[in-house]
Design a protein around this ligand. Structure first.
Ligand SMILES: *Cc1c(COP(=O)(O)O)cnc(C)c1O
Length: 385
């Protein structure tokens, strides 16, 4: 079984568990994105919630990406990282007043608004501050992303966005509210999408909505198609960079942009997932009646995706060349869902071995918690080790 290329000797002198980010892979990923989605007609915003590790964020910021934020904290982090406010967009079904004021105060590019109630509040706060808020309506396009139902966001049953049938009337409301300026339409259908058909369906839906709005005399300058491009969790060594070429091609081919419209993307997982690895040490190998358990020092508090979304991460034993055996790899947390993988073939494993839990750069470190009063995981980059 092919394994990733890691500085194992340097790893062995560090306290585990820790995240390790390959900045060279991140750099190559960013170059591919910029090559496939050139400005000025394409604007790519990095979805901050995927990973806010300072070194990772700095690399992304230097590549010139904007930021997609879903909280006031993320707006602050994006600004602190040096991302200009005119490249920041802000989405979320529950924006608090202080978060809206923060966005207005810093003149962020746009609020992706999700309800009439929210629009009224943004308008009132903007009026108090003597500002005009740029608005994109987050529309729920009712397009099935064909991904895990826990990470589907663009169906009628989901809490996100404005219902398709109400877009026209809400757009008219925005036009009426004096401290709002309607600039765009925003969509986000889900995450870890590797089949391009849902994105194609999204394009068709956006074309229809643009027609309907045009009939009402409404035209916007920006179309934001959100994020969601998936990566190959099964084969991180063969496919370290997501299929950006295929992804951007879908929008070029199927989306009918109007004269001068700018197309925005909000990519998170596909930018950072492959470059991150969670390194953990084997504490015990326990042979049960039916199973062998590899008990490691990382748990769901360090990487919750398997427990939260039934997600798969490839795991490699970096320090063993012994023949493969079948294991359940589990963490030390007092929860039955604290399992990284079940019935999994891995090189013969012993106490002290180092394991690499791959493709953990997105929704890994950002979701770490201190449950069981554990320490938050440390992190290093390929520049450090
Ligand atoms: C999470 C999120 C994204 C990023 O999704 P990925 O699947 O990580 O690309 C983009 N837009 C919005 C509104 C989000 O909530």
């Amino acid at each position: 079984m092919m394994k990733g290329n890691f500085p194992i000797t340097a790893f062995q002198s560090q306290q585990t568990p820790f995240y390790y980010y390959d900045l060279d892979l991140l750099q190559r990923t960013l170059e591919e994105i910029k090559a496939q989605a050139p400005e000025p007609h394409f604007h790519v915003h990095y979805a901050m919630k995927a990973c806010v590790n300072p070194a990772v964020l700095k690399t992304i910021c230097e590549a010139g990406l904007g930021a997609d934020c879903v909280s006031g904290g993320e707006i602050e982090a994006a600004l602190a990282a040096g991302i200009p406010p005119e490249r920041i967009v802000y989405a979320g079904v529950g924006k608090a007043d202080w978060e809206i004021k923060l966005g207005l105060h810093n003149d962020i590019y746009c609020f992706n608004a999700e309800s009439e109630a929210e629009l009224e509040v943004i308008n009132a706060l903007a009026a108090e501050m003597g500002k005009t808020a740029r608005i994109a309506l987050r529309v729920n396009p009712n397009v099935d992303a064909h991904t895990h139902h826990y990470i589907t966001t663009g169906l009628d049953e989901n809490k996100f966005g404005i219902d398709l049938s109400q877009v026209g009337q809400v757009a008219v409301l925005v036009k009426r509210l004096p401290n709002l300026k309607l600039v765009g339409l925003h969509f986000h259908i889900g995450s870890q999408i590797t089949d391009m058909v849902p994105f194609q369906n999204l394009c068709v839906r956006i074309n229809e909505i643009q027609e309907q709005l045009a009939d009402k005399g409404i035209r916007v300058s920006d179309i934001n198609v959100g994020g969601g491009l998936g990566i190959n969790y099964e084969h991180p060594n063969h496919c370290p960079i997501a299929d950006f070429e295929g992804y951007f091609k879908v929008f070029r081919k199927h989306l009918q942009l109007r004269e001068g419209q700018i197309l925005h993307f909000e990519l998170g997982r596909s930018v950072v997932a492959p470059c991150g690895t969670l390194i953990t040490k084997v504490l015990y190998v326990k042979k049960g009646r039916y199973k062998q358990f590899v008990i490691v020092d990382a748990g769901m508090t360090d990487l919750i995706r398997p427990a939260l979304y039934q997600a798969f991460h490839r795991i490699e034993n970096l320090t063993s060349k012994a023949p493969e055996e079948i294991y359940d790899v589990v963490g030390p947390i007092c929860e039955s869902t604290d399992v990284f993988v079940k019935d999994y073939p891995m090189s013969g494993t012993r106490r002290g071995d180092l394991l690499a839990i791959r493709s953990a750069g997105a929704y890994g470190e950002t979701m770490a918690s201190r449950y069981n009063l554990r320490k938050l995981p440390a992190s290093y980059t390929s520049d450090d080790l």
